[in-house]
Design a protein around this ligand. Structure first.
Ligand SMILES: [Zn+2]
Length: 395
């Protein structure tokens, strides 16, 4: 709740865009808590923050946890923040119990998960996994006209460690579910097994602009009417697939967007998600074929551009087992589940064994100021995280 005061919004949420003044203040607060808990703090070259609780054996790779402290413009108090502070709570609990671990523990705050103020989103974890060059992150322009490199230097978050050079034994990210499933079935812990793959198709439908009053209904090449039929058909394809398929058209541009002109061109973005690569491929093929058929029937031209393409990800089976066992040993009702959202963990998983722990959030709501979770559920997630990290770190 104290972290939530920084960048606080009127309806209970937070706005801390990455490397903004409020994000800097949030990180400073977190660092002060970490120092009080005896942690040593380092930054890498893209500003990822590593708070280390030393272990008995400094040569052992660190057992790592964490998430992000930056938020959406109308974000909540929990998305990302929970995972970072759950890591801090693990450190504090070990301090309170005077428990020393064999391996060091790292609590990580990744830079720019949300991608609000500059791109790419998930920049810090992407750089850690080698998915983007440090220079490219530094040269990225922020909405305020600065470069990320300048912002990192000004905030004091520019370290010289090469992202990804730090040896990690594993990475476990705790996060609110951001969906309604755990709450609906009355489970406390989600053992995340996969993150769904994401494909974007940018679809442009072209007909002909013409006068709304003089063009008979049967003489029109109305791109918007065509797009409406397409969007409805695409929705049906996903509905008829299985419970894991997700297809969303959330962005539509109509040209010339004038009340008295038949729309000659429409562009829309189609966001397709599924945890199984073969199904994702098949769905995408069926979607594109349907779009072509509907365009042909209406004498419309069609262009499809593929943009985002993220493969589905399966977390490390040996870590999934440890998370499930920890939750079960602690008596928390738990279930295996998928993540439909992207997370830093999906990047880290390309280079380090990784898993995630979900806890319920109220009404499944996230990226919303009303985002909420109960202290009991949050404690259960942190408790599961503690036991999972201890299995890996060794006593
Ligand atoms: Zn998040």
């Amino acid at each position: 709740m104290e972290m939530g005061q920084i960048g606080a919004l009127p309806n209970g949420g937070c706005c801390r865009a990455a490397l903004s003044e409020d994000d800097r203040r949030g990180r400073e607060l977190f660092m002060s808590w970490c120092r009080d808990a005896g942690c040593d703090i380092r930054f890498d070259a893209v500003g990822n923050l590593y708070a280390r609780r030393p272990g008995r054996n400094p040569k052992r790779p660190a057992v790592a946890t964490g998430s992000h402290l930056d938020t959406q413009p109308h974000g909540g108090k929990f998305d990302g923040i929970y995972g970072v502070l759950a890591g801090l709570e693990v450190v504090r609990s070990l301090n309170d119990a005077r428990v020393e671990t064999e391996a060091p523990l790292d609590v990580i705050c990744w830079t720019n998960e949300e991608g609000v103020r500059f791109g790419p989103p998930l920049a810090g974890s992407l750089a850690f996994s080698g998915g983007v060059a440090v220079d490219a992150v530094h040269q990225s322009r922020t909405l305020d006209g600065t470069t990320v490199g300048d912002d990192l230097r000004a905030a004091g978050f520019l370290g010289d460690e090469k992202p990804g050079s730090r040896a990690l034994d594993c990475f476990i990210e705790a996060h609110i579910e951001q969906g309604p499933i755990l709450e609906a079935v009355g489970k406390t812990i989600g053992v995340v097994t996969h993150i769904v793959g994401i494909r974007w198709s940018i679809v442009t439908v072209t007909g002909q602009d013409s006068h709304a009053g003089t063009t008979p209904m049967n003489k029109r090449r109305d791109a918007l009417v065509g797009a409406a039929a397409m969007i409805t058909a695409l929705n049906g394809i996903a509905r008829n697939q299985d419970e894991y398929a997700r297809l969303t058209v959330g962005k539509l541009q109509v040209y010339p967007n004038s009340g008295a002109t038949i729309p000659g061109k429409v562009t829309f973005v189609c966001d397709l998600r599924h945890p199984d690569l073969e199904v994702l491929d098949a769905l995408e093929k069926r979607m594109h074929a349907t779009l072509r058929t509907l365009a042909g029937e209406r004498d419309l031209e069609l262009a499809i551009e593929r943009s985002i393409n993220i493969a589905p990800l399966r977390f490390a089976p040996e870590l999934i087992d440890v998370v499930r066992q920890s939750a079960t040993d602690l008596g928390y009702p738990n279930m295996d589940m998928l993540s439909g959202a992207g997370h830093d963990a999906m990047n880290v998983a390309r280079v380090v064994p990784t898993a995630m722990i979900f806890v319920p959030c109220k009404g499944g709501l996230s990226h919303n100021e009303a985002e909420s979770a109960t202290p009991e559920d949050l404690a259960a997630g942190a408790h599961t995280l503690l036991h999972t990290l201890l299995v890996r770190a060794g006593l």
